[in-house]
Design a protein around this ligand. Structure first.
Ligand code: ATP
Length: 587
């Protein structure tokens, strides 16, 4: 197939703004394309050479493109740059200068789609020291043989400026019309696309095997499935009603979604946007290699930053430290992650995307072995409003965003690429910051693990309630302590250690070690939330709930000047909570 056929189609597509007309032009182009290269033509029309999940980009910088054009046209770089300053379009520049050159050359090979595609692919794959020169030479070679119009589109493609405005759905419409028996069958093609994220593969199948082939389309390990997303409701009553009276409620972890593809000994991770992010999370890859028992699988998980010493979850922002190309080893040590698995789309030859959620969950449980760092998302099956609310508060307490409530009905399939009512998220509607520090009493501690083995991992902290002269727990804190703090704390706290909970301490949490209330430390948290397990201001703001401080961090200040009774009071915490709500409603 000649590349000029494509260039001419692009010219017409560019000239229209109407989607229907655009679709018709695309149908014409696809019908004129030999079936065995239809995938390549589809990628090219989107300005790519591979689907997005393949980590290969042509990525030619404008400077290099100018050099190549200068070499192919015999025009000075400075002249091309001058022209670009005026027009701003490297495609137009290529068209003009190649046209000027054409008048003086006689012999040219006409370009085929295969050659253009193959050369662009080589350019994308070029790496190492000679890569820049090689890319330039390859591009100059193409331009030298290109007709002016072809040069324009080649140039725009390699510099990432093709922008014909053809949406994925328009390509699917055109494919359904050209090969799938009509536009009304687009739904089948759409599903195939949603489970493969590969328009080229869908094109090839429908062109070669027709609609029947598309109907049999199966997901394939290595091709990311477009993620299923949630709708949102703001009360457990509405959620249960929408889900038919019963649901699987799961913790909504605050991390990054990953889709893990395991084939034999290899594991690849894809982000919510289908980018291959295996390089960011070598530790997650390792965990999956070790704990996924299935030979081949596509599983979904939330990847969450955790405190390496206490095992506590950290807020999403911490994962930002993992977004880097270099120094990943160090970042991995400082910001380790845990995986919370929540779906199985494919296990050992079985495509599970059309099976109900309880079936997929069972498959997930069978496919993995749980460990400290790789677990199934915490969940409960319930039809009870109160239970759901309580579970929600527990989730917040544990550092999660809330819950994802999932349908357990027969039709609870994996809706790839869709936001639907089979999953409903229940989040707090607000986010706010705690501005003041609080002074809290150490009333208990938990044994440390890892680097903190032999010392404390975290402390149970309480506020003081003068009304009943009690210390009411408000948070568990393991962050902000230096190695030095940790080394000396067991020694310092030894004199306050007691074999059981102190009579003035009110706690529903079981600590490993209990202290008499004596030591006060300064803490800053992210916000104050309702909590079913902390006793601070229990039943004061809401029946059955106390208040808790989320994501607490020790500021480094030991308040040696304060006795336990001088600590922040429960009423002060209630006040801070109310102010926080006020700030939210005002903002
Ligand atoms: P948000 O910003 O609320 O995460 P979103 O648009 O990214 O919204 P939603 O579909 O609204 O995505 O929420 C689902 C997201 O929640 C998933 O993409 C996933 O990253 C995360 N998540 C955490 N825990 C779970 C879970 N148990 N089941 C499903 N998704 C979960």
């Amino acid at each position: 197939m000649k590349y000029v056929v494509i260039a001419e189609a692009y010219e017409k597509i560019e000239a229209t703004t109407k989607r229907l007309e655009m679709t018709d032009l695309l149908v014409g182009l696809l019908e004129n394309t030999p079936k065995k290269i239809i995938d390549k033509v589809v990628y090219l029309t989107q300005g790519k050479i591979h689907p997005d999940f393949v980590d290969l980009e042509i990525g030619i910088a404008e400077k290099l493109a100018i050099k190549a054009l200068a070499r192919a046209s015999g025009i000075k770089e400075s002249e091309i740059e001058e022209n670009l300053k005026k027009t701003g379009d490297i495609g137009e520049a290529a068209q003009k200068f190649i046209a000027d050159k054409r008048q003086v050359t006689f012999f040219q090979q006409s370009l085929t789609v295969q050659r253009v595609y193959g050369t662009l692919d080589k350019m994308a794959k070029a790496s190492g020291s000679g890569a820049v020169d090689l890319k330039m030479a390859l591009l100059a070679g193409l331009l030298a043989d290109a007709a002016p119009k072809e040069a324009k589109y080649i140039m725009r493609t390699v510099t990432g400026n093709l922008r014909l405005g053809i949406a994925d759905m328009t390509v699917l419409d055109a494919l359904a019309t050209a090969y799938g028996g009509g536009k009304e069958n687009r739904g089948y093609l759409e599903r195939a696309y949603n489970v493969s994220s590969d328009l080229g593969r869908v094109a090839r199948i429908v062109a070669e095997k027709g609609l029947e082939g598309v109907k049999k389309f199966e997901i394939s390990v290595g091709e990311p499935v477009r993620p299923m997303l949630c709708e949102r409701l703001s009360s457990p009553e509405e959620i249960l009603e929408k889900l038919g009276g019963k649901c699987i409620a799961e913790y909504k972890y605050d991390g990054e979604r990953i889709q893990a593809h395991k084939k034999g000994g290899e594991v690849a991770l894809f982000s919510r946007r289908l980018e291959n992010i295996s390089g960011q999370y070598p530790d997650a890859v390792k965990l999956l290699k070790k704990y996924v028992q299935a030979k081949d699988a596509i599983l979904e998980a939330e990847c969450v930053a955790v405190d390496p010493d206490t095992g506590e979850m950290k807020p999403f922002q911490e994962l930002m430290h993992r977004r880097r190309k270099y120094g990943i080893e160090k970042a991995m040590e400082e910001y380790p992650v845990s995986l919370f698995m929540f779906d199985a789309l494919y296990v050992d030859g079985k495509d599970l995307t059309l099976r109900p959620y309880p079936v997929r969950r069972r498959a997930l449980e069978e496919a993995i072995e749980e460990s400290d760092r790789l677990k199934i998302a915490k969940y409960m099956v319930t039809g009870d409003v109160k239970e759901l609310e309580k579970f929600f508060l527990e989730a917040i307490e544990d550092g999660c965003e809330g819950l994802v409530c999932k349908s357990v009905a027969e039709d609870s399939v994996y809706q790839a690429g869709a936001r639907g009512w089979l999953w409903i998220k229940y989040k707090r509607d607000y986010k706010s910051e705690m501005t003041d520090t609080v002074d809290l009493v150490l009333v208990g501690a938990f044994h440390g693990r890892g680097k903190r083995a032999g010392t404390y991992g975290a402390f149970l902290l309480a506020a003081y309630n003068p009304d009943n002269d009690a210390f009411e727990t408000v948070t568990k804190c393991g962050t902000g302590f230096t190695d030095e703090d940790l080394a000396k704390l067991p020694r310092i706290m030894k004199k306050h250690a007691i074999p059981h909970k102190h009579s003035r301490v009110q706690s529903m949490v079981e600590a490993d070690v209990w202290f008499e209330p004596a030591t006060v430390i300064e803490v800053l948290g992210a916000e104050i939330t309702l909590s079913p397990i902390h006793t601070c201001a229990m039943n004061n703001v809401r029946k059955g709930s106390g208040l808790a401080i989320r994501f607490p961090r020790f500021t480094g200040n030991y308040r040696l000047d304060k006795s336990a009774e001088d600590a922040t009071t429960t009423m002060e915490i209630v006040e801070m909570y109310r102010n926080q709500l006020k700030r939210i409603s005002e903002s």
